[in-house]
Each structure stands twice: as structure tokens, then as C-alpha cells.
Design a protein around this ligand. Structure first.
Ligand code: HEM
Length: 529
């Protein structure tokens, strides 16, 4: 009996193996046919590795490695980050097709763990998926927080904080025997942009806060850590079985710590505002959130959001949404504006001709004024061209991140739903097809040109384009213009002793926002008129 069973089982094994061998060619043909249907008409791709896909082809400056890949594979190329398909868009024409023709299809953002943890499960505007919730938040921000009227109403904050920055530089010049001083411009500019954002969003500045462990944390350092961590890659998003790595390398606990510290701060900010509002009687029924000022003076973003929360006719927003929106403002408004100013000053130091031309314009328009005010900025055409040229060569967000929500044919290629879309704005701004001498810093190219940065000209999209375009363009322009005009009006600038203009280190930082890797230092010499 045992003998019989053994024989049967041997026969079964033999039969199974034979069937498998005979069927293999059929499986192979079927697989080839299935995969060719599946990959039919897909954009060109470099070869990929098992599990990693094409992740190994990226380095710490992904906009540069993607540019190198696009030179081989073209302006629409399909990569795989782990198991996730990623469409990379690298020319103005392809960006027009994706962001304008297929705006609605690519209006969502990729879901990623870092954003989920830092922005209350994507309850903010910038990382929320496309849909009704995002639409409502966007309209609240565009109509109430970032409207022309609201941005203008913060003019005094911008002018005052610029004045503080200038007087800090003047003081360091005065205390030097030569009446000039080496200034850490990066440090001055980051303080300016953080202070403006804090006052506009919360009504006050934060030098330091008490951390979770009771220790004092510099607000600037906390925000720096937040921005740095925003740029981290959470490997589990692309290769799920490697998710444990972020527990081992400490990213998980770092994320949780930063999120908790900001959450505590935002809770205190909101509580202070609620108490202040109830003291001044500025509560439900007594407030119109579209007014620019309350009886105590300037309203900040938290005031406006609490007003909307109390207004039963508005879209209902809870405390978490208020916190998530404030986080958006902190993360989007500070380091981006700071990066633009820092790169601009570095380029001006490297190009004394451009610096002189800019100073001539600003000094001519200012006459003998003590300082430049926002009224003076309108006529400063070269200043605006200088800022545009910086945004072309050094967009703070070198890549735009989107997500397709439906299967679509884009430029004849089949693009599946849930494909991540990356638009390489950095590469597009340096394309020789759109710009002569694309690597040269020549603001003149924007004089007498109708090319703007509001998403109409796809060769120049530092603020993105389409539905998810940056809503803070006006805010960013005003902070940068007033600060730059005063810096070049009130001081002459030189490269620190012994160094030439070619010694300025233009290496880029890594991370979410591309700044200069090393702090920019320059000699400030007060201009005596
Ligand atoms: C020079 C400074 C700035 C630059 C270069 C910049 C650039 C960008 C870019 C490239 C995007 C993505 C656009 C897209 O996907 O098409 C974006 C989104 C966004 N920006 Fe800005 N930005 C700047 C300043 C600001 C400021 C000052 C604020 C607010 C006060 C702001 C708020 C936002 C928000 C909330 C989003 C998300 C919009 C959405 O997803 O609907 N940005 N920005």
C-alpha cells in the first residue's frame, strides 16, 4: 500500500514537471504579449533594476540627474522609483502639454509619508489630493489670505522688517574701524523672511520656543529642520518592504519629533488668538473675515482663519485644518523667498556689471530718500528682470510634483492613472531652445519681454502652472523686491578680502528647497550718496 502511494506520488511529480516544461513556452509567449500590451506606447525608459527600478540613477541633486537622463531618453520619459511609475517632463513644450492640456488629470499630488506626518494627514492645501476639500481650501487662501488686498495690507510689516535687517547691517559696519563689514547675508536674509512670515501668519515673531523636552529651541533651527526633513525620501513609499529602514535610520523618530514640536507651537498660537479675540469681543457674529483690519489693528492669518471657522456660512474648517494651513505658510513662504534673495545677491556679486546697472536704476528712482518704500518699486524694471533671471537659473523648487488620476494619452504615449509626474523646472529654465546663452546670468533677456512667471509661459515656470500653481506669487515678489532694492540702494557690496568673483561657491544645497550650500558672506560698504 505504501509502495503504491509512493509510486503514485512519483508519477504525479513527473507528470506535473512535464506539464510545466511543456507549458513554459506558452507562459513565456503570453507574458511577452501581456507586457507588450501593457508597455505599448509608453515613453522611453532607461533599463531598471529589480526592486529599485531606476532609483539608483538619482543622486543628491535629482534635477541634475534627471536632466542627464532626459538628454538620452527625451523630454517625456518614464522611470520607476521602486514599483512606482514616474513620468518626467523636461521641456517647455512637454510641460505645456502636461500642465495645460492635461491640467485636470495631473492636478493631484503624490501621497507621501513625510507630508502625511508633517501636514496632519495632508489636511493642508499644498499636499491635499485634488478634490472638493482642496478646492475649498484653495479658495479660502486665494480670497482671504493671499488676495492682493491682504498682501498689500502687510506692507508695513515688510517695510519694517526690511528696515530692521538694514539697521543690523549698518550697526556691524559702524562698529568696524573701516566702516565696512563682512556680513553673513544668508543669516540676515533668513531672519528677514522668517520674521515677515511669522508676523503675517501669527501676528508676532518667534526667536525661540520651549521644546517638548523643556529645552529652548531656536525657531529658525526648528523651521530649518522641518524644511530639511520635507526633502527626505521615505523609502517605504517606493519599496514597501523596506519601510522598516526609516525606523532604523532614525527618520521616523525625527519626523515625529519635529511634527510634535510644531503642533505644540501651533496649539499655543491658536489658543492665544482665541483668548485675545474673546477679550476684545471679536467673536462669532461680531466679525467679518473679509475685513482687512480689526479694531486692534492688523489681522493676521490665524485671525482670518478663526473668523472663517466661526462663520457658519463658510466652508467648515476645524482646528487641524487651521494648523495645517499655517504650516503651509511657514514651509512655502520662508525658505523659498530667502533662497531667491540669497541667489540674487550671489549672482550680483559675481556680475559687478549687473550690480552697477541695478544700483543705478534704484538710486536714480530713489533720489535722496532715506530708504526705498514699496511705492518706489513700480518703476524698477531692471530690478524685476534681475529677480526673474534668478528664478530662471535657481528656481527654489527645482521639480514640480504631481500625480495623474486617470489613464490618459499624453503626446501619443499611454500614461496610466496613479503615475507620479515630475516637471523639471530647473532644466526647462536652462533649455538652449528657449534661451540664448542659457547658463549666463543676463537679466536683460527679460527687459522688453512679455514672459512672466505666472504660469503662462512654459519655458519659465518657477511658480508652477495650472490649477496647482503657487498662490503666493505676489507675496513672494513683494518681500523679495523691497529687500533687494534696499540692500543695493543703501550699500555697495564686494567679495570678502583676497577672493575674486569666481571664488563665490555656488554649490546647491540638497533637499526640498534649493538654496546655496554654504552661507553667502559679502563686504557691506554703506553708500553715502
Ligand atoms: C519665491 C518664492 C516661491 C516660489 C518659487 C514658489 C514656488 C511654488 C511652486 C513651484 C509650487 C508648486 C506649483 C505647481 O505644482 O504647479 C508652489 C505651491 C504653493 N506655494 Fe509657492 N512659491 C513661493 C512662495 C510662496 C509663498 C510666499 C507662499 C504663501 C505665502 C506660497 C504658497 C504656496 C502654496 C500654498 C502652494 C500649494 C498650492 C496648491 O497645491 O494648490 N508660496 N509654490
Amino acid at each position: 500500500m505504501i509502495e503504491l502511494t509512493h509510486k503514485t506520488s512519483l508519477f504525479m511529480e513527473y507528470y506535473f514537471t512535464l506539464t510545466l516544461v511543456l507549458c513554459l513556452p506558452i507562459f513565456f509567449v503570453l507574458f511577452r504579449r501581456w507586457s507588450s500590451v501593457n508597455t505599448k506606447n509608453q515613453p522611453p525608459s532607461p533599463p531598471k533594476l529589480p526592486f529599485l527600478g531606476n532609483l539608483h540613477l538619482l543622486d543628491s541633486h535629482p534635477h541634475r540627474s534627471l536632466q542627464a537622463l532626459a538628454h538620452h531618453h527625451g523630454p517625456l520619459m518614464l522611470l520607476h522609483f521602486g514599483s512606482v511609475p514616474v513620468l518626467v517632463v523636461s521641456s517647455a513644450e512637454a510641460a505645456h502639454e502636461v500642465l495645460k492640456t492635461h491640467d485636470l488629470t495631473v492636478a493631484s499630488r503624490p501621497t507621501c509619508t513625510v507630508f502625511k506626518k508633517l501636514f496632519y494627514n495632508c489636511k493642508d492645501m499644498a499636499s491635499a489630493p485634488y478634490g472638493e476639500y482642496w478646492r475649498q481650501l484653495r479658495s479660502i487662501c486665494v480670497l482671504n489670505l493671499l488676495s492682493t488686498k491682504m498682501v498689500r495690507s502687510f506692507r508695513a510689516v515688510r517695510e519694517e522688517e526690511t528696515k530692521f535687517m538694514i539697521s543690523r547691517i549698518e550697526q556691524s559696519c559702524m562698529s568696524s574701524s573701516s566702516k565696512s563689514s563682512i556680513v553673513n547675508l544668508s543669516e540676515k536674509l533668513v531672519t528677514l523672511t522668517i520674521d515677515v512670515t511669522c508676523r503675517v501668519t501669527t501676528g508676532r515673531k518667534y526667536n525661540s520656543i520651549i521644546g517638548e523636552d523643556g529645552k529652548i529651541v531656536l525657531f529658525k533651527d526648528l523651521l530649518g529642520e522641518f524644511i530639511e526633513i520635507l526633502g527626505s525620501v521615505y523609502i517605504g513609499d517606493y519599496i514597501p518592504w523596506l519601510a522598516w529602514l526609516t525606523r532604523v535610520n532614525g527618520l521616523d523618530s525625527k519626523l515625529d519629533k519635529v511634527a510634535k514640536q510644531f503642533d505644540g507651537l501651533l496649539d499655543r498660537v491658536i489658543q492665544d488668538h482665541i483668548e485675545q479675540r474673546s477679550k476684545s469681543g471679536n467673536i462669532k457674529g461680531n466679525m467679518n473675515h473679509t475685513d482687512d483690519h480689526d479694531e486692534n489693528g492688523q489681522k493676521d492669518f490665524v485671525d482670518v482663519l478663526l473668523g472663517i471657522q466661526e462663520d457658519s456660512s463658510s466652508f467648515p474648517i476645524d482646528r487641524i485644518t487651521v494648523k495645517a494651513l499655517i504650516m503651509d505658510m511657514f514651509s512655502a513662504a520662508t525658505d523659498s523667498s530667502y533662497a531667491v534673495l540669497e541667489w540674487t545677491m550671489a549672482e550680483l556679486l559675481k556680475h559687478p556689471r549687473v550690480m552697477k546697472k541695478l544700483q543705478n536704476e534704484v538710486r536714480e528712482i530713489a533720489g535722496n530718500k532715506v530708504e526705498i518704500t514699496e511705492d518706489d518699486l513700480n518703476g524698477m524694471k531692471y530690478l524685476k528682470a534681475v529677480i526673474k533671471e534668478t528664478l530662471r537659473l535657481h528656481p527654489p523648487f527645482t521639480l514640480l510634483f504631481r500625480m495623474s488620476t486617470e489613464d490618459k494619452k499624453i503626446k501619443g504615449y499611454n500614461i496610466k492613472a496613479n503615475t507620479q509626474i515630475i516637471v523639471n523646472t530647473w532644466q526647462i529654465g536652462r533649455d538652449p531652445k528657449s534661451y540664448s546663452n542659457p547658463d549666463n546670468y543676463e537679466p536683460e533677456r527679460f527687459l522688453n519681454s512679455d514672459v512672466d512667471y505666472i504660469g503662462n509661459h512654459f519655458e519659465f515656470i518657477p511658480f508652477g502652472a495650472g490649477r496647482r500653481r503657487c498662490p503666493g506669487i505676489q507675496y513672494a515678489a513683494m518681500v523679495s523686491e523691497i529687500a533687494l532694492a534696499n540692500l543695493v540702494y543703501l550699500f555697495d557690496w564686494a567679495v570678502p578680502g583676497g577672493l575674486g568673483v569666481h571664488d563665490i561657491d555656488m554649490t546647491e544645497s540638497t533637499g526640498f528647497i534649493t538654496q546655496m550650500k554654504y552661507p553667502l558672506k559679502a563686504v557691506a560698504i554703506p553708500y553715502l550718496g
